[in-house]
Design a protein around this ligand. Structure first.
Ligand SMILES: C[S@@+](CC[C@H](N)C(=O)[O-])C[C@H]1O[C@@H](n2cnc3c(N)ncnc32)[C@H](O)[C@@H]1O
Length: 407
């Protein structure tokens, strides 16, 4: 096997993490673009000291070594390059570059650790006490859970041997009401009622126990029990209130999301018939206040939330569970697409390129995937407006809002 070469490397030339675009550095280059950073001999002037003690070990927040303005400008350059857009205005900054993330999924590891997955490892957990992008209540939840775990000597999950009891602690926080939910996911019976008391004393407004038999590396419980409090959270976006269950998708940075929604509303103006595909709990459709609203989403709990959210805000709308790509009728005045990171189903992109409506509003958390889809959508649509919003400070990710019109 050919050994990795030691040479000068630049950011983007390999998948070497923790580099800054302006760094001059040495590292190893292996096969298929694999790269490892050895030393930075001329650092990018935008480098700063990463404040988190878990930086470099934990799999998240890999851009903490860049100043926030530099993160924004590098993100704008990336989107510009990917979408070959004529000009990309600077991204709208997150109202807070720290403490913004409303949902985290912490893993239990084989030696009893509780934290985030270690960088580049599928079976090792990096223990964390405090995560600087999450709210302070996460710290209290982590402490209480760790104490309870140690008191009862409960084993975490050994991913290699697929043994153990405790799997995940999912924490979800409302940025506007301060409510927070803790969901313990286990592979067997544990004295969870005691943990529920501890968490409630530290401010949790709901504690749930999710029992899972699947040994897959993702949360897929067979049953969920409410142990204390309420199983829903309320979030406020502008004038509207939204309820959400722990299983429903909600944007991780609500204050930044509100800016995106306000911009979308300004761009599209009054709308009569709106079709909201990948609608989640109904936020975009309800916020844009169309004459007639239809929302489609694959998670049943999210659709229950969307129906309740329409009533809660005295709005009307039809919300249906199902795959967006199978929705039979695409006729509307505005079609909203807000797919997961993997993008829209190719079948839906093909249908839109053949019979899509006059205007599409595309909300993308993966502009690289959107650029691929534009190769097909571009047969029928032109990109009329583009604005990026930084939903994910300290990471390379960015959210793009695009308005597409028939050519
Ligand atoms: C990025 S989220 C957007 C949710 C919502 N628009 C919002 O802003 O909160 C993507 C949503 O698509 C849903 N989803 C994933 N695949 C789907 C599919 N094939 N058809 C319909 N919905 C899907 C997910 O459950 C998730 O709620």
């Amino acid at each position: 096997m050919k050994p990795a070469r030691l040479c000068e490397i630049t950011c983007g030339q390999t998948d070497a993490r923790l580099m800054a675009p302006g760094d001059r550095a040495r590292g190893f280059v292996g096969k298929r673009g694999r790269g490892w950073l050895l030393e930075v001999h001329h650092p990018d002037p935008a480098r700063v000291e990463p404040p988190c003690p878990h930086y470099g070990h934990c799999g998240g927040c890999s851009w903490q070594h860049l100043s926030y303005p530099a993160q924004l400008s590098y993100k704008a350059e990336t989107v510009h390059r990917m979408l070959a857009a004529e000009s990309v205005p600077p991204p709208v900054a997150s109202p807070s570059p720290w403490l913004y993330r409303t949902k985290v999924e912490l893993s239990f590891g084989a030696s009893g650790e509780l934290g985030f997955m270690r960088q580049g490892r599928w079976n090792q957990v990096c223990p964390v006490d405090r995560c600087l992008i999450g709210p302070p209540c996460n710290h209290a939840a982590l402490q209480a859970t760790r104490e309870w775990q140690h008191l009862h000597a409960l084993p975490g999950w050994d991913a290699r041997n697929q043994t153990g009891l405790l799997r995940w602690l999912v924490l979800r926080h409302s940025s506007t009401t301060g409510q927070w939910l803790a969901v313990l996911v286990t592979q067997g019976e544990v004295p969870a009622a005691e943990l529920a008391i501890e968490l409630t004393e530290r401010g949790a407004t709901g504690v749930l126990l999710a029992r899972q038999s699947s040994t897959a590396g993702a949360v897929k419980p067979d049953s969920v029990e409410l142990l204390a409090g309420n199983d829903q959270l309320i979030e406020r976006l502008g004038e509207l209130n939204f309820e959400l269950s722990w299983r429903s998708f909600y944007q991780a940075n609500p204050p930044a999301y509100l800016r995106l929604l306000e911009t979308a509303k300004r761009w599209v103006g009054p709308v009569e018939r709106l079709l909201d595909l990948y609608c989640g709990i109904g936020t975009i459709g309800l916020f844009l206040e169309p004459g007639q609203l239809t929302g489609v989403e694959s998670v049943p709990e999210a659709i229950e939330n969307a129906r309740a959210n329409a009533l809660r805000n005295q709005r009307s709308g039809r919300f249906e569970v199902g795959p967006a790509e199978e929705w039979p009728d695409l006729s509307c005045d505005l079609l909203v697409l807000d797919p997961p990171r993997s993008g829209c189903h190719p079948k839906l992109i093909k249908r839109l390129a053949a019979e899509g409506p006059e205007t599409l509003l595309y909300v993308s958390c993966n502009p690289a995937r959107l650029a691929e889809e534009m190769k097909v959508l571009g047969q029928r649509y032109r990109l009329e407006r583009l604005q990026c919003f930084d939903f994910f400070p300290q990471t390379p990710h960015i959210e793009a809002l695009c308005l597409l019109r028939l050519k």
